[in-house]
Design a protein around this ligand. Structure first.
Ligand code: ADP
Ligand code: ASP
Ligand code: MG
Length: 451
């Protein structure tokens, strides 16, 4: 079997959903399982509506919910007409949006929301897209079967960024999905959403549908995981940032994982791990140009010094200065434990005899992190930084390439610099507004001019 995941733009409207159906029709012999995102833009709108409701702007929140209702009913109507199935789908969609309207009222009365209620809210995008896509597939001649992803994607209760429980997922997939595949049917599941063992709805974090796809692929021992999106594959940089970014035909798992972690939004950062564990190749493909070859991600792509560049802004540096403590054994462990206790992950680390600098891109628990780090020494936080990562499996072995990278960035101020342990990633921490120019300069230096 294979897993085919379609992102928001690949199911954005009726025409896109029909294209998706035709891609799957061409793959029926490979036993596809389909994972879908919410219709493009839906999750952003849902989150905005929840935010508005909780901050007392109920009218604005309800207006967003109603706009979403209208859009989904119109897409469903265009695809399904008005027979019994169409009426069922419309009724289910309406029921979900009614629930959202009620939830909005509740949030506005409470005046605040919990991560748990936010997940209940934002999961509706994938619940309803999966319903519409499954029904549309049947209309387009694909024997699709809707499976509620929340019954298969079993997670812990870290709402907003839930941890999947792979054994429970594998068991549920064997019970609920395998029989459909064996019967020659095409299971359709929403990405991004899951539920705890006791059935409370969770989400895997923004962009999490890619992760859903690879988790389902690992659970069902897929022979390929296909990520269908709006670009031709993985490129040498984000084409929205670097014009002239080039297509990558074949890339290694570890390189793709580094790029995803450092800003290549085309893959959710956790997508690669489940695929690696089972050695399942991942493909990134363009649903607007399905005839393209896309990018193949495997263990054995030929080694390159520099494969691609990624970048992200909104990064913070936390510096801990502790002349006494850092020289003692176990000091770093204690510092990392603070981040662990506060569920904040660290991206880049640099140390000296008396200080440690760490970057994080999530300031949700920052206050408490800083308070706890103060026990060890002076702590300072620098906001408004960004990371640019130059990635290539052979980078660490090549001083000329590293020298070329540093020469290319010229006089841009560096706040931190790190060559990852395996030498695959040269990470530069710069001011956030320098991320784009630095990416362009590096891209010019390694892949030719972008003009
Ligand atoms: P989807 O909704 O299909 O999941 P996303 O918007 O999450 O799509 O991801 C696709 C986008 O990722 C592309 O439109 C592109 O702007 C961005 N992107 C960032 N880095 C890269 C890269 N290295 N290669 C390709 N796309 C990239
Ligand atoms: N719809 C979710 C989001 O926008 C998940 C995804 O598209 O991967 O974050
Ligand atoms: Mg995505």
């Amino acid at each position: 079997m294979i897993v085919a995941k379609f992102g928001g733009t690949s199911v954005a409207d009726a025409a896109a959903i029909r294209r998706t159906a035709s891609i799957i029709r061409g793959r029926l012999d490979r036993q596809p399982l389909v994972v879908v995102s919410a219709l493009a833009g839906t999750t952003n709108m849902l989150l905005a509506a929840a935010e508005q409701a909780a901050s007392g702007h109920l009218v604005a929140a309800i207006a967003q919910v109603e706009a979403l209702r209208e859009r989904h009913l119109s897409v469903a109507g265009e695809l399904l007409g008005d027979d019994d199935v169409a009426r069922d789908v419309a009724a289910e969609a309406s029921a979900l949006f009614d629930e959202l309207a009620h939830l909005s009222e509740a949030l506005s009365v409470l005046g605040h929301m919990t991560p748990r209620s936010l997940d209940a809210f934002s999961s509706v995008g994938e619940q309803i897209s999966a319903r519409i896509v499954a029904a549309a597939f049947v209309r387009e001649g694909v024997d699709a079967a809707l499976v509620d992803a929340r019954r298969v994607m079993v997670t812990d209760d870290s709402f907003g960024r839930a941890e999947p429980l792979p054994d429970a997922i594998a068991a549920a997939a064997r019970e609920l999905v395998s029989p459909l595949l064996r019967a020659g049917r095409v299971p359709v599941l929403g990405g991004y959403i899951g539920a705890t063992e006791s059935g409370v709805t969770t989400t895997l974090g923004r962009g999490g549908s890619d992760y859903s796809a690879s988790l389902f692929g690992a659970a069902l021992e897929a022979t390929a995981i296909e990520i269908w999106t709006d670009v031709d594959g993985m490129l040498t940089a984000d084409p929205r940032v670097v014009t002239g970014a080039r297509m990558i035909e074949h890339i290694r798992f570890d390189e793709a994982a580094e790029l995803a972690t450092f800003g290549a939004k085309v893959l959710h950062p956790s997508t690669i791990a489940p695929a690696v564990r089972r050695g399942i190749p991942v493909f990134v493909l363009n649903s607007l140009r399905p005839e393209g070859k896309g990018t193949r991600i495997t263990f054995d792509a030929p080694r390159e010094h520099v494969r691609a560049i990624a970048g992200k802004s909104n990064v913070l540096i936390v510096r801990v200065r502790s002349p006494r403590m850092l020289a003692t054994p176990g000091a770093l462990r204690k510092i990392f434990e603070v981040f662990e206790r506060n569920r904040t992950s660290v991206d880049v680390v640099a140390t000296s005899e008396v200080s440690v600098s760490l970057t994080v891109d999530d300031d949700l628990h920052l206050e408490s992190v800083v308070a706890q780090l103060r026990e060890f020494g002076d702590v300072s936080v620098e906001r408004g930084r960004g990371i640019v990562a130059l990635v290539g499996a052979g980078l660490g072995e090549s001083s000329p390439h590293m020298a070329r990278a540093l020469a290319a960035i010229g006089d841009v101020r560096l706040h931190m610099l790190s060559l990852s342990a395996t030498g695959i990633n040269l990470t530069l921490i710069v001011d956030a507004e320098q991320v784009q120019p630095v990416m362009v300069r590096l891209h010019d230096a390694f892949f030719g001019s972008h003009t």
